[in-house]
Design a protein around this ligand. Sequence first.
Ligand SMILES: Nc1ncnc2c1ncn2[C@@H]1O[C@H](COP(=O)(O)OP(=O)(O)OP(=O)(O)O)[C@@H](O)[C@H]1O
Ligand SMILES: [Mg+2]
Length: 475
Amino acid sequence: MSLLSKLQTKNDHKHPQVSDQEGNHEQTNQDNIQTVIPELKKVETPKKKSIRKQLDQKHKDLKDLLHKQILQEMKDKDVESIVLKIDEMAIQIIEENESFRGNIDRKAVVEELINDLTGFGPINPLLLDEEISEVMVNGPNQVYCERNGKLILTDIVFRDNEHVLNVIEKIVAPIGRRIDESSPMVDARLPDGSRVNAIIPPLALNGPTVTIRKFSKDPFGIEDLVNFGTLTAEMATFLDSCVKARLNIFVSGGTGSGKTTTLNVLSNFIPDDERIVTIEDAAEIQLGQDHVVSLESRPPNIEGNGAITIRDLVRNSLRMRPDRIVIGEVRGAEALDMLQAMNTGHDGSLATGHSNSPRDMIARLETMVLLAGVELPVKAIREQISGAIDVIIQQSRLKDGSRKIVKITEVQGMEGDIIVLQDIFTYEQMGLDENRKVSGKLVPTGVRPKFYERLEASGITIPTSVFIREEEWSK
Ligand SMILES: Nc1ncnc2c1ncn2[C@@H]1O[C@H](COP(=O)(O)OP(=O)(O)OP(=O)(O)O)[C@@H](O)[C@H]1O
Ligand SMILES: [Mg+2]
């Protein structure tokens, strides 16, 4: 069964998503959010608001008291024995202080403190919730998360800046990094592979700021992306063939637009008998094939030495007999080495980069090559780019939170000094529907790529109907 027919017959949804291919939307998100994150802000009357505020204050006071008591009485004890004692201590405090009696939620207070001690503090529940893909702490009083592509403000708060700093330290200490005024920015990883960035005052004006991209234990596959409406089954077949035919493919897009996810899906199209070398800042790519060598760059140590850059790894990978090189993100001088590799026999390589359109991606690559310090005339750089890259996939996060492959563009070659680009598939946005969700359609442009013959020469046939627009079918 071909990939196209498999995809067309498959319609089970792994996770309900924001929008389907036509931009129609399931009415699941908001309802789920309200039941799963009870802390979410809801509309409330002034009276209810004042009661809630009083309760919040009591909750905070009890937590502070317990915290102080733990510090005073159990400073030298191990975490396990403290956890066993916390509830008992809370009961005692409530008994001794009349103001805490009534409807204070003792269990919630105890749970929060246990989270502080054993996990990552108040954000622990968000990290454990598999439906949440990103957690953003903007100082102690504002925590956002992303669920189903939507940013949501939670009611989670930290005690103060110090509390957020403690959590950051807990994250970075095991990997031998530190965060303080002299090194106020750090990239790290949680034990489960989630990617963490932390930045603190004076650079971060809101207070210590943490951004966590959660590692997906079960990464999205091509069927998920088709079900989400990120691309059509026809586009998926096309990309599968491009990978198998060893075209060089570049995934371009804004931050968080789903580039790495698409790169991962494309890399999984690589045949099993090829040797794949992956190169990333933080290993995110998860491949199903057996023969994979994963390389990860290294930041400088505290003295500022010992950094191993993506460029170093790209150069090293060429001596590792790779059949395919997969680069997580190209953003600097490594662009030159990547293009040279693609032009000298390492075809079938895949990479991603930050940019807003295929044309813009080309301009950025030009700048990156210049960063490598070589004095090449612009035309020569463009020749390198157009000779190396066959396809640019443009990924976008739309206003309603859905991710789309908004363009698949062929890099056709040079005309004079200009690189010729031709869209093969594109997203035609119609506007917003009555629920202010984006509506639009992914369609072929009607143009068959120039490399079609190359695909056929590698024994790959794509039905030409894949490139024909719906309105042309009957003709
Ligand atoms: N096609 C998609 N549909 C829905 N959600 C997606 C899709 N692709 C990615 N996501 C989700 O969006 C988030 C960002 O994805 P990803 O890491 O692939 O983006 P990125 O463009 O590589 O981001 P960055 O620029 O930070 O490297 C993840 O939580 C991921 O699960
Ligand atoms: Mg990425």
